[in-house]
Design a protein around this ligand. Structure first.
Ligand code: B12
Length: 211
């Protein structure tokens, strides 16, 4: 559809104002928020990644595309997050140490919030100690995101820190991010992995027995 194609193109060229206008236009045309997110925004970031890999895009282009996506997400957030009453549980979420990517983590947090979880977002570059502290403060699930192969080991380090602090048995650990796999989750002793934000909701509910 032309509106979503225009939106996608605006994100790819990093034009935040047009991306925002594109989302508003799509909403006015009654396109579902989830469709705008998947076909307009996420799809655009996938293309940005492909162009980066092909050497057609460099870091600045990636960065302005990411900013445009974040701007365009604003009007979608309240629609994606339908406020539940009593939280299903508390999820502590963060991007692991050394890693500054947060678009996927933010989407997962938003979808979990929409599904009725209380969210404590620790942001990016989250140290194992910060995850441990937040788990101590009260969490049902610790959710970690990594977008770099070089920062994936921080997930393992965080699980070890949770174990050493004696809090591992009190929480479920779920992990995700583009380079992360189910096999890696099993290898490092995480309780679950999922590939995208909507399956993250199913996973989280399953982990706390609320599926
Ligand atoms: C945007 C972007 C950036 C932006 C980040 C802006 C921001 N605020 O996040 C900027 C420009 C800052 C950036 C920097 C870098 N980047 Co970058 N970046 C990307 C890019 C293009 C898109 C990532 C993205 O947002 N995708 C969209 C979101 C929606 O998808 P997602 O993050 O995968 O999240 C989904 C799932 O994975 C899952 N998920 C995510 N987290 C979690 C957590 C849980 C618990 C669960 C269950 C699920 C889950 O659900 C999400 C929603 O569906 C990717 C390419 C790509 N295709 O992935 C490269 C990419 C990740 N970057 C890469 C690199 C190399 C870098 C830099 C090292 C570049 C450099 N030389 O400086 C730096 C690293 C900085 C750092 N220390 O973190 C490489 C990583 C290669 C590798 N194998 O490690 C990639 C793959 C590009 C490439 N092909 O080479 N980057």
């Amino acid at each position: 559809m032309a509106t979503l194609e225009d939106l996608r193109a605006a994100v790819i060229r990093g034009d935040a104002a047009s991306a925002l206008a594109g989302v508003e236009k799509a909403l006015a045309e009654n396109v579902e928020a989830q469709t705008i997110l998947n076909d307009g925004l996420i799809n655009a970031m996938t293309e940005v990644g492909a162009r980066f890999e092909a050497g057609e895009f460099y870091i600045p282009e990636m960065l302005i595309a990411a900013r445009a996506m974040q701007k365009a997400l604003e009007p979608l957030k309240p629609l994606l997050v339908e406020s539940g009453t009593k939280p299903l549980g508390t999820v502590v979420i963060g991007t692991v140490q050394g890693d500054l990517h947060d678009i996927g983590k933010n989407l997962v947090a938003m979808m979990l919030e929409g599904a009725g979880f209380a969210i404590r977002d620790l942001g990016t570059n989250t140290t194992p100690d910060a995850f441990v502290q937040a788990a101590r403060d009260g969490a049902d699930i610790v959710a970690m995101s990594a977008l770099l192969t070089t920062t994936m080991p921080a997930m393992k380090a965080t699980i070890e820190a949770l174990e050493n602090a004696g809090v591992r048995s009190g929480v479920k650990v779920m992990i995700g991010g583009a380079p992360v796999t189910q096999a890696y989750a099993e290898q490092i002793g995480a309780d679950g992995y999922s590939a995208d934000a909507s399956s993250a909701v199913r996973l989280a509910k399953g982990l706390i027995g609320a599926a």
